[in-house]
Design a protein around this ligand. Structure first.
Ligand code: NAD
Length: 317
């Protein structure tokens, strides 16, 4: 019996790539409900799905910001039975906060945070009753570490991480798996959309120094990082496939190993000094992410050594 996988935000990027990959699984392990806010944008997915369309892949309308849209979609699924929920829909927002309205910011939270909460609220009761299921949330490395000019986006992903961390103990008790997938840069429309908006942006509400910092340092640097380390949506889809087919899926899964040392450093040094220094150099000294990652590994070793010395002094080891 194939597992029913419901994915949000399938008109482009990671959602589209994942829907296509799962629907074309050679072992036919999945029945995919690929959802999107705007069905007028179904063309790309229909084309990529090929023969899987209306066989192992069904396209349905679902806006994660609308309770009625979610209920309608869920109501059309036999027995409302979802084995795997993949919360993928998300929006970005970059730039100086002085140039963003509170409504823009609320919009990000409405999709990235409340969208996830709404979906989970909708499937959780059934999964609890069946004591079975897997909820996957596409977070980001920015759910673990904030990055300059991503203040609100990172905050929305931090919110998602805190929500899932808290919910985890319940889901564990009901035998439901919960996984946060944390990609680094992925080359999708996401970055394009966000960059286009940024370039067209009006920076009169901030000072010249900040505007220049954003345009000359942040945007250039991000471009370089995306072209050197950006993964493809298919890459990330492969990671998600692995996660949902594991016997014991992990709570957290990073898709880009280059980031792991940097995020680990945050926990190795609770003062934040070391990781902040790395990010400062990344932005203002044009360090590459690879250089930052290698420095983080060295610093973690040094920190571990210090911790060990301390423990020895206390007679703990
Ligand atoms: P994308 O823009 O191609 O895909 C996001 C999808 O979500 C789009 O199809 C969009 O239409 C949809 N969406 C937006 N609002 C929606 C709503 N209210 N209801 C339903 N669908 C909605 O970008 P992507 O990179 O494929 O992003 C997918 C996820 O991956 C997002 O959660 C994003 O935060 C996360 N992510 C992306 C990157 C990256 O670098 N691209 C990195 C880490 C995490």
């Amino acid at each position: 019996e194939p597992r029913l996988v419901l994915i949000t935000g399938c008109s482009s990027g990671i959602g589209l790539a994942l829907a296509v990959k799962l629907a074309n699984d050679e072992q036919k392990r999945f029945k995919v409900v690929a959802t999107m806010r705007n069905l007028a944008k179904r063309g790309a997915l229909e084309e990529a799905a090929g023969d899987a369309l209306n066989d192992t892949l069904e396209i349905k309308k679902l806006d994660v910001c609308s309770d009625s849209s979610i209920r309608e979609c869920m109501g059309s699924i036999p027995g409302r039975h979802v084995d795997v929920l993949i919360n993928n829909a998300g929006v970005g927002l970059i730039g100086p906060i002085e140039c963003q309205s509170i409504d823009d910011m609320k919009g990000v939270f409405e999709t990235n945070f409340f969208g996830v909460v709404r979906m989970i609220k909708e499937v959780l009761p059934d999964m609890k009753r069946r004591r079975r299921g897997h909820i996957v949330v596409i977070s980001s490395v920015m759910g673990l570490q904030g990055i300059m000019f991503n203040d609100i986006y990172a905050a929305s992903k931090f919110a998602v991480e805190g929500f899932c961390e808290s919910l985890l103990y319940q889901t564990m008790n009901f035998n439901i798996f919960l996984t946060l997938v944390e990609p680094g840069p992925v080359v999708t429309e996401f970055e394009l959309k966000v960059n286009e908006e940024a370039i067209r942006g009006d920076y009169s509400k901030t000072d010249l120094e900040t505007a220049e910092m954003f345009i000359n340092f942040y945007l250039k640097n991000t471009k370089a990082i995306f072209s050197s380390l950006g993964q493809t949506p298919e890459d990330v889809a492969e990671h998600i496939l692995r996660v949902i087919t594991m016997e014991e899926p992990p709570f957290r899964h990073q898709t880009n190993q280059v980031y792991t040392p940097v995020t680990a450093l945050k926990y190795a040094d609770p003062s934040g000094e070391l990781v902040n220094d790395i990010f400062y150099k990344l932005v203002f000294h044009h360090d590459t992410l690879m250089q930052a990652s290698l420095r983080a590994i060295k610093l973690i070793r040094w920190k571990a050594h210090k911790v060990q010395q301390g423990a020895r002094m206390l007679g703990l080891i």
